[in-house]
Design a protein around this ligand. Structure first.
Ligand code: SAH
Ligand code: SF4
Ligand code: F3S
Length: 430
C-alpha cells in the first residue's frame, strides 16, 4: 500500500446515482492534488459498488482480486451500496483499506489518510444529506450532466435492497439544487438529468414538488434540456404530468418502472400500484405529451409468478409499446421479504421468460426507432463518432443518433432522421 498516494481511479457500477457519486468522489480526490489514472496503475482505486442483484455484488470481489494481480497493492476503497450493506464483512472477506457508504463519501480523503496510518477506516453513517455541503465545486462537466436532487426510498418493494442501502427518502433543498444547476450550466452543461431513487417524490418544506423545480430550471438561460429519473408510478402528480405539456425544455421521455403486468404479483411485490392504475397514469401522460417515449423496468420470475401472471406482463408490453426498457431476472437479496417467500421460480423458467420478454421489448424498441425516420428533431452532440467528421448525440426521445456534421460537442443541432435500427438512428444535419 502506498503511504502517499498520488493517483486515483474511480470505477462506478449500478445506477446513474452511482455515476453521479463516482464523479463527485473523483472531484474530491482531484481536489487533494491527486491525478486520475487507469485502475490497473492507480495508487488508490475506489470501487463504487451496486448491491441490487447478486451478480452485481459478486462482481466487487472478483474486481478486488483482479486489482491485486501480479503482486500489485493499490489502496482499495469500497464505496456505494455493497459498502453500506456489507460494511465490515468486506474488510474481513477482502481486506480492503476503506469502506465508505453512499451518504458518507465526503469523508473519503480522511478515511484514506486513516488507512495510510494503518487505522481502521470504515464509515457507513447516514447523516441526512450532509455530504452535499462538503463537496468541491464541479470542474469537468459534460454537455449532458447528472444532478442528484433526491435520495433514498421509503417504498420497500419486497424484492429490493435500496431502502436499506440508501436510507429513507430525503429531498435536497430547492435553492441548493438551483445553485448547482446554474453552476453546471456555467461549466458547460446543456442538458441536466435530475436524479433520485424516487425522483418524483422530491418535495420541499413549502409543499412544492418536482414540477416546481423543473419550472425553475426551465428559466436558466443556456440550459436547453431537462430530464429526470427514476420515477415511481404513485408519485406521478398532476403537476408533473402538466409540466410535460407546458415546459418546453422538459424532454418527451419518461422512465416509469412497472416490474410486472400482473396485479397479483404487484401486490406481492408491495408496489402499491396495480396494472390498471399504472395504465391510467400513462394515459394521462400521453394525453399531456402525445409524442412521449416511454421506458420501464421489469422483473421476471418473482416468487409465485405463474405462466398466467407472466402472460399479463407480455400483454401489458403489447398494450403500451415501450420505446425502450430494462428487464431483469429476479434475484433474491439477503434481508428482503421476497427472499424467503415460497414458490421461488426455477432459473431455467426465468431464463425462458426473460428471453420472451426481451424479444417483445426489442421488437417495440426497433418499431419506435423506425417510426422516427423522416421526422425532424434536435440532437445534443455528446461525443465524436468512429468515422472522421461523424458525431454522436441524443434525440429528444433519448435515442442515440449519429450524423456527419461540423458541429461541436455541446451543440444542439436540427437533424432529419434518415434511417433507424434496433439501437440507434442516423441523422442528416439540416
Ligand atoms: N427506484 C427505482 C429503481 C430501483 S432499482 C424504481 O423503483 O423503479 C432498478 C431496477 O432494478 C428496479 O426497477 C427493478 O426492476 C430492478 N431490481 C430491483 N431489485 C431487484 C431484484 N432483487 N432482482 C431483480 N431485479 C431487481
Ligand atoms: Fe426499490 Fe421499490 Fe424503492 Fe424502487 S421503489 S428503489 S424498486 S424499494
Ligand atoms: Fe445499485 Fe445502489 Fe443504485 S444498489 S442500483 S447502486 S441505488
Amino acid at each position: 500500500m502506498s503511504p502517499n498516494p498520488k493517483t486515483y481511479a474511480v470505477k462506478s457500477f449500478g445506477c446513474q446515482m452511482n455515476v453521479y457519486d463516482g464523479d463527485r468522489m473523483a472531484e474530491l480526490l482531484a481536489a487533494q492534488g491527486m491525478t486520475a489514472a487507469d485502475a490497473n496503475e492507480a495508487d488508490v482505486v475506489v470501487l463504487n459498488t451496486c448491491h441490487i442483484r447478486e451478480k452485481a455484488t459478486e462482481k466487487v470481489y472478483s474486481d478486488i482480486g483482479r486489482l491485486r494481480k501480479d503482486g500489485r497493492k493499490p489502496m482499495i476503497a469500497v464505496a456505494g451500496c455493497v459498502a453500506q450493506a456489507e460494511g465490515e464483512e468486506i474488510v474481513r472477506r477482502a481486506k480492503v483499506d476503506v469502506v465508505v457508504g453512499p451518504q458518507a463519501y465526503h469523508n473519503l480523503p480522511d478515511l484514506l489518510a486513516k488507512a495510510a496510518r494503518g487505522e481502521a477506516a470504515l464509515d457507513t453513517d447516514m447523516p441526512v444529506l450532509s455530504k452535499f455541503g462538503h463537496l468541491p465545486a464541479r470542474r469537468r462537466v459534460p454537455p449532458s450532466a447528472f444532478l442528484t436532487v433526491q435520495e433514498g426510498c421509503d417504498k420497500f418493494c419486497t424484492y429490493c435492497v435500496v431502502p436499506y442501502t440508501r436510507g429513507a427518502e430525503v429531498s435536497r433543498a430547492f435553492a441548493a439544487i438551483v445553485d448547482e444547476a446554474e453552476a453546471l450550466v456555467d461549466a458547460g452543461a446543456k442538458e441536466l438529468t435530475l436524479l433520485g431513487q424516487n425522483v418524483n417524490a422530491w418535495e420541499d418544506g413549502d409543499g412544492r414538488g418536482l414540477d416546481s423545480l423543473i419550472r425553475a430550471l426551465d428559466r436558466i438561460p443556456g440550459l436547453q434540456r431537462i430530464r429526470y429519473t427514476t420515477s415511481h408510478p404513485n408519485d406521478m402528480t398532476e403537476g408533473l404530468i402538466d409540466a410535460h405539456r407546458d415546459v418546453g425544455k422538459l424532454m418527451p421521455y419518461l422512465h416509469l418502472p412497472v416490474q410486472s403486468g400482473s396485479s397479483r404479483i404487484l401486490k406481492a411485490m408491495n408496489r402499491s400500484h396495480t396494472r390498471d392504475s399504472y395504465l391510467r397514469v400513462l394515459d394521462k401522460v400521453r394525453e399531456a405529451r402525445p409524442d412521449i417515449a416511454l421506458s420501464g423496468d421489469f422483473i421476471v420470475g418473482f416468487p409465485g409468478e405463474t405462466e398466467a401472471d407472466f402472460a399479463e406482463t407480455l400483454s401489458l408490453v403489447d398494450e403500451i409499446g415501450y420505446a425502450q426498457a430494462y428487464s431483469f431476472k429476479y434475484s433474491p437479496r439477503p434481508g428482503t421479504p421476497a427472499a424467503t417467500m415460497p414458490d421461488q421460480i426455477a432459473p431455467e423458467v426465468m431464463d425462458e421468460r426473460l428471453q420472451r420478454l426481451q424479444a417483445a421489448l426489442n421488437r417495440d424498441q426497433e418499431a419506435f426507432n423506425l417510426a422516427t425516420v423522416g421526422k425532424r428533431c434536435s440532437v445534443l452532440i455528446e461525443r465524436k463518432g468512429k468515422l472522421p467528421g461523424q458525431m454522436l448525440g441524443k434525440s429528444p426521445w433519448l435515442q442515440s443518433v449519429h450524423l456527419m456534421t461540423e458541429a461541436a460537442i455541446g451543440d444542439v443541432v436540427e437533424v432529419e432522421v434518415v434511417s433507424g435500427g434496433p439501437n440507434s438512428l442516423a441523422g442528416a444535419a439540416s
